[in-house]
Design a protein around this ligand. Structure first.
Ligand code: OVM
Length: 406
């Protein structure tokens, strides 16, 4: 990795990294870049953007744990909300600190309670089985549009209480939101161009009237009825679910299909024991890190990795690099569904850890288990095309051929 020149010293003596982690080249194959960042040091200076970077598991996890020092209310993208106007009103959940964050989190946690998620499982399993039946009638399929997008878009909107076809709006909005955490590059411009009419569509579908009773969208409004949040806050929290709840799962399922199709030994392990579906989903989160990065902003001068960071400075946390840190993982670049992947930071860590994790795990487990039970071979049927996004790492296209189990 030639992005690091050891004799260069940045602020505080930090190693300087010249690579642009949001360039097409870096995003198309981020893992060599991540190795370079980890080896450069525990804390690096990313000169392209004038921000700090952390790529080792210990430092990334420590920063996520210390939410008072590494705060979220200045935004968790490159843009500092204290200096620049955000592209939309900030998320009450993602882009907030305690105590405001705690109140928002309680309302969403209530809507996505373990009981709610448990009650969704049977329906999600039935839908996975229906989709697999349709797939097996086809033979070859694009794993992205035909499976990784198709499945979450069949189960998530009805569970949320959305009715009608939401496909393009939810995908375009997710692509935009995750690109918006990065710099104003051509990826952000491209997703902005796809947004015509989407912002008002999302806003309209976050209202109380738009959400079917019984869905978890409506359950957010229970907290408004009770008075712990306002009606407007409930709408913004529904927006969080629609932003973070679909594209993330889509990308993760695509990565899981890619890993399993490219490794017949791992697919056979899953075939032999479909109860490994949850482990396969978890290992995908570690190995592929569908959400690659998030920023934090320092609230005070802080020492980390032998370097002092100033107050009010942006820090880019490479979740994906932490998830393959050889200091933390044995044979980190090997996809192995038998591995204990717990401890990965693919869902984040600490007070902002993914609040939809349990829901996404049900989607992952039920889809992968249904495939494992009924598909004999899952194999590549052409070259995968990577999807470039400033935050999400996955595929635009994944040609697959499926053959039925007898
Ligand atoms: C939100 C939000 C948006 C994007 C991502 C996310 C991964 C949350 O609007 O709260 O978490």
């Amino acid at each position: 990795m030639r992005n690091f020149t050891p004799e260069q010293a940045g602020p505080g003596g930090a190693p300087v990294v010249s690579a642009d982690p949001f360039s097409d080249e870096f995003l198309a194959d981020p893992f060599p870049g991540h190795a370079g960042l980890r080896e450069a040091g525990p804390v690096v200076w990313l000169e392209r953007y004038g921000v700090w970077g952390m790529a080792r598991h210990a430092e990334v996890q420590a920063a996520l744990r210390d939410h008072e020092t590494f705060c979220s209310s200045s935004g968790v993208g490159l843009s500092d909300f204290r200096k620049e106007k955000p592209w939309r009103p900030p998320s009450l959940l993602l882009e907030a600190d305690p105590p405001e964050h705690s109140r928002a989190r309680r309302a969403v946690a209530r809507a996505l309670s373990p009981g709610t998620v448990r009650n969704l499982r049977a329906g999600f399993a039935a839908e996975a089985d229906r989709l697999v039946t349709e797939l097996l009638a086809g033979g070859t399929v694009d794993g992205v549009t035909g499976i990784a997008e198709e499945y979450p878009l069949r189960v998530f909107p009805p569970a949320a209480g959305l009715t009608g076809d939401c496909r393009e709006q939810l995908l375009a909005y997710g692509d935009m939101a995750f690109n918006a955490f990065g710099p104003r590059n051509h990826l952000l411009a491209r997703s902005t161009a796809r947004m015509e009419g989407v912002v008002p569509w999302i806003a309209a579908h976050c209202t109380r009237q738009a959400l079917a009773p019984g869905g978890f969208g409506a359950r957010i409004y229970d907290s408004a009825d009770e008075g712990s949040i306002t009606e407007d806050e409930a709408g913004l929290l529904v927006r969080s679910l629609l932003t973070a709840g679909v594209d993330t799962t889509v990308v993760t399922l695509g990565c899981a299909l890619d890993c399993l199709a490219r490794d017949p030994g791992q697919w056979q392990l899953l075939r032999d024991d479909p109860s490994l579906a949850g482990a396969a989903f978890e290992e995908t989160l570690r190995y592929a890190s569908p959400v690659q990065t998030f920023f934090r902003t320092t609230t005070r001068p802080v020492a980390a990795g032998g370097i002092t960071l100033g107050a009010g400075e942006k820090v880019l946390l490479f979740l994906a690099a932490a998830n393959r840190d050889p200091r933390r993982w044995e044979d980190p670049d090997r996809f192995d569904i038998r591995r204990r992947a717990v401890g990965h930071v693919g869902f984040g860590y600490g007070i902002h850890a993914c609040i939809g994790a349990a829901l996404s795990r049900v989607e992952g487990e039920e889809l992968l288990a249904a495939l494992a039970r009924r598909v004999a071979t899952l194999a590549p049927a052409g070259e995968p095309v990577r999807r470039l996004n400033n935050t999400l790492s996955g595929f635009a296209s994944l040609p697959l051929v499926l053959t039925p189990a007898r």
